[in-house]
Design a protein. Sequence first.
Length: 212
Amino acid sequence: MISSNTLQYSVLETLNVSRETFDDFEEYRSLIISGNRKINLISPKTENILKERHIIDSAQIIEFIDKNENYCTDIGSGPGLPGIVLAIIMKHKKNSMKFNLYEKSFRKSQFLKDVIKKLKLNAEVFQKNIFEEKKLNTDIIVARAFKPLPTILELANNNFKNFKSLILFLGKSGKYHLSECSKKWNFEFKEKQSLTSSESKIIKIYNFVKKK
């Protein structure tokens, strides 16, 4: 018999996400809800739609993750969206990619550390302001509900010594910001329609350099 939880996550099957990940997703969901009673992890209004609004929304970017890379950095991780979700998926794919989660809030950082320990994830939390860090190294930068696109591009350029791609979530005004950024930056990109919102897209930016 297929559980209701499995049915709600069934959209992820199109992304080749195994059913074995669902138990961890459910435990993670429970941890967010219980943690939300103590600290502001997500809007209370989205608790009832947490699976779709946060977990599935985060999981869908796995399609843009190069499985041969070694490091993925989640900037402004908050409660671990999308970093924790991606780490759960990679755990069940038996992939050794490590996830670095940057979150300046002490309490959110402690929450992330607890989740990583309980779910046995290959991830590390850095309780630091990402804008104050310099010469960072990674393969992939991911961000969700963090800062506007122009700010993220400046951050990647100024604070990371090495990176190969950025994977970001763009809303209604995403196309406009992308067009504006192309006036200042040279880059290539791929995009896909979001599975959870008709007004949103996922974008992967690479071969990224500032125009002179």
